[in-house]
Design a protein around this ligand. Structure first.
Ligand SMILES: Cc1ncc(COP(=O)(O)O)c(C=O)c1O
Length: 363
């Protein structure tokens, strides 16, 4: 696969076509966005938001930056807003002139793509199925850091739904002060105890740690694009001059200010995911043909073992209106791995019951 052939989830039409199925409505479990949908506080002001698109946004996404300052009590100099965290994941290897980047595999493909686009070479650090995709120990990571000038880590990691201990990343940063620890916390708010994992509020901030954060997953706003990179003021001031102006649109800026008021939504969503996550894992463990890996985030990685074709499962599910994420295009996951999002209890029940029927069908 070349750098540009990687396929993301969230495109059920393409998958229906690939599997020779007729177009239909589907429940999309292939993307990991909040099952509660757009917060009602935002829906209530849709019209007002559109009324202002005849004006430019601020040059550097002040509205989104203010969300981070207020929600996480951060000094403005520590925050740079972006058109989703993706913009900042691409800006960073270029701005820091990284020459060799270590990436965890399997993980979000855009760490690789952004590093290659900046002209860097890659070093891969493998998470293994036979070790339940647990993070490598500090010794292995130190060997890797000795070779690279930066390490990209998803925390929690997508698609394995595993967590790197905060102290491990802090130790690495302290051991290699001239190298970069780039931590993608796009899904951190879905964890049981985000504050025990997140480095967004580290005090004092380390100059060589950058944290990428997203508001598109947790608040079900992937089409709006809003996120930030958070770090030491000296590091943020290296990135700021290289970011394009006006990349955060005016609607996103206004929405971000409203998200500060969505504390109730945050509580409801965290509770839902924390209850559903172990329930789905336990139920899936009891269905023949499924090998789930214990999830920490709002999605679960599993392997289909009943036939040697993952398409048997994907076709059965999609033909019944459920889209799963085919993970065979991630390194190390070719052997029939798939990912499913954690959604509302009744939606999860529907998926589990279809999975049981699929298992009965192929047994
Ligand atoms: C691990 C991870 N990080 C970052 C992103 C990008 O998020 P955003 O919508 O903020 O650009 C994604 C999107 O799927 C993701 O899976």
């Amino acid at each position: 696969m070349t750098n540009d052939e990687h396929v993301h989830g969230g495109d059920p039409e393409r998958e229906l076509k690939r599997l020779g199925l007729a177009t239909r409505d589907v429940l999309d479990f292939s993307v990991n966005v909040s099952p509660l949908g757009v917060p009602s506080e935002i829906k209530a002001i849709w019209k007002e938001l559109l009324a202002e698109v005849d004006r430019y946004p601020s040059v550097d996404g002040q509205g989104v930056a203010r969300y981070y300052q207020e929600r996480f009590d951060l000094d403005p100099a520590r925050v740079l807003a972006g058109n989703g965290s993706t913009e900042l994941i691409y800006l960073t290897p270029r701005a820091l002139e990284l020459r060799k980047v270590a990436v965890i595999t399997p993980s979000f493909h855009d760490y690789t793509r952004s590093s290659l686009a900046a002209g860097a070479d890659l070093l891969e650090v493998e998470l293994k199925a036979e070790e339940d995709f647990t993070p490598p120990g500090v010794d292995i990571l130190k060997e890797v850091m000795a070779e690279a000038d930066g390490l990209f880590v998803g925390n929690p990691n997508n698609p394995t739904s595993t967590v790197f201990p905060r102290q491990l990343l802090l130790d690495l940063a302290a051991s290699f002060p001239s190298k970069w620890i780039l931590v993608d916390e796009a899904f951190v708010q879905f964890l049981d105890q985000p504050e025990e994992v997140s480095l967004i509020r580290q005090e004092p901030p380390q100059e060589n740690i950058l944290v990428f954060h997203s508001l598109t997953k947790f608040f079900a706003l992937p089409g709006l694009r809003l996120g930030a990179v958070v770090g030491h003021p000296n590091t943020i001031s290296r990135l700021r001059p290289l970011k394009e102006p006006w990349s955060v649109n005016r609607v996103a800026e206004k929405v971000a200010l409203e998200l500060i008021k969505c504390a109730d939504y945050e509580k409801r969503l965290s509770k839902l995911v924390c209850l559903e996550r172990p329930r789905i894992f336990d139920r899936l463990q009891d269905i023949s043909g499924f090998q789930p890996f214990e999830p920490a985030a709002n999605f679960l990685l599993a392997r289909w073992t009943l036939t040697d074709q993952l398409d048997d499962l994907l076709r059965f599910m999609l033909g019944s209106g459920v889209h799963l994420r085919d993970c065979r295009n991630f390194p190390g996951l070719q052997d029939n791995f798939f990912r499913m999002a954690i959604r509302q209890p009744e939606e999860n029940d529907r998926v589990l019951s279809l999975m049981r029927s699929c298992s009965d069908h192929y047994l």
